[in-house]
Design a protein around this ligand. Structure first.
Ligand code: ATP
Ligand code: MG
Length: 355
């Protein structure tokens, strides 16, 4: 298995280095060989090559079976030309790899239940939702778009568009993901108001004919936003378009209260999938061995599960993370009274020991 590693900026370097120790260990334990190659993306690529996504990085990613990314950006590059900002590197690689599906599990580890923003009786029911967001279509990319003037005043618009093939392929990702989980998909749209949403709903229903073992329900986005904080246990997989998914995936992650714990996957049709923590480059704590490596370590386990079908290996990492939390190890972002205060490296040492 070939993995292209893109540490990026800020805490990216530290957390990716630790996640690679876990990858090596799981390889040794199960007799798997992972070949890794590093490349530049984001601010460090701008410093070295003048662009956030060098051609060499694109080539190395396309040549790999999966990509592991840390984070990009930081105050150092906040004032440069918007056309070559670090974030452009991330958008660029998603586009190059055709990554149209973004999978974001929002999981509340029971050991961290105190951090959750929800009422204890709701937390007790569990919080384990997978948001599957369409990533390359919808209102962020739809044409026409306009920013100008009309009838003597400022005026602008964007267009929410979806083709049938775009809806079918994201629905398939959601149904497949549900099969590996509790077998339920809730499709979120605004079909009572938006024409594009009626197309969305109709196609999701049609694609569901191929997944009769999965339970499908539908919800309007305003209600879904409310139900997610009212009782997230009613959801397993949520599938939705780009805009609604952007908002709902942040909402779902935020209620867990653990930004340093959550991984993500971006998948395409046949190209390598890209795996990264949902948090950013955290410049305020970079280079201080304070970052929580668990989101990146869990991104590795998502990679093993989704790109390589290595279920046992992924389970091994996830149980080791749970055990480490059980033993009380805490970085600053998940600090609890009575915990064992550790840094990025020591947290990883504990995970390795628990594997
Ligand atoms: P971006 O625009 O890159 O998403 P951001 O400013 O939205 O960046 P983060 O970089 O994720 O957000 O940081 C938000 C806060 O969370 C910061 O105070 C940061 O230190 C903290 N944080 C983020 N990730 C971690 C982590 N892995 N471990 C500890 N703290 C973290
Ligand atoms: Mg952010």
């Amino acid at each position: 298995m070939k993995i292209c590693v893109l540490p990026g900026d800020g805490i990216g370097q530290e957390i990716v280095a630790q996640a690679l120790r876990v990858l090596k260990k799981v390889g040794e334990k199960y007799g798997r060989t992972f070949e890794t190659t590093e490349a530049l993306i984001g601010g460090c690529a701008i410093d070295a090559e003048g662009v956030p996504l060098p051609a060499d990085t694109i080539a190395k990613c396309k040549d790999a079976d999966a990509v592991l990314l840390g984070a990009v950006g930081g105050p150092k590059w906040d004032t440069i030309d918007p056309a070559i900002r670090p974030e452009k590197g991330l958008l660029g690689i998603r586009k190059e790899l055709g990554l149209f599906a973004n999978l974001r599990p929002a999981t509340l580890f029971k050991q961290l239940a105190d951090a959750c923003y929800l009422r204890p009786d709701i937390v007790a029911k569990g919080l384990d939702v997978m948001v599957v967001r369409e990533l390359t279509g919808g209102i962020y990319f739809g044409e026409p778009r306009f920013d100008g003037e009309k009838d003597g005043e400022r005026f602008g618009y964007n267009t929410m568009t979806y083709y049938e093939h775009e809806i079918r392929r994201i629905a398939r990702v959601a149904f497949e993901a549900a099969r590996k989980r509790s077998g339920r998909v809730c499709s979120v749209d605004k079909a009572n108001v938006l024409d594009v949403s009626r197309v969305w709903r109709e196609i999701v229903i049609d694609e569901h004919k191929n997944y009769q073992d999965v339970e499908l329900s539908h919800m309007y986005v305003d209600n879904a936003a409310m139900q997610l904080v009212r009782d997230p246990s009613q959801f397993d997989v949520v599938v939705t378009g780009n805009l609604f998914g952007d908002i709902l995936s942040d909402e779902a992650a935020a209620i867990t209260g653990s930004i340093g714990m959550l991984p993500s996957a971006s998948l395409g049709e046949s190209n390598p999938g890209l795996y990264e923590p949902i948090h950013g480059s955290a410049p305020d704590i970079a280079g201080q061995d304070k970052a929580n490596p668990l989101a990146t370590i869990l991104s590795v386990s998502m990679m093993l599960r989704h790109s390589f079908d290595m279920t046992e290996e992924a389970d091994c990492i996830e149980s080791a993370v749970e055990k480490t939390l059980e033993q009380g190890y805490r970085t600053g972002d998940i600090w609890q009274e009575g915990g064992k205060s550790v840094g990025c490296v020591e947290m990883t040492d504990a995970v390795l020991a628990n594997m």
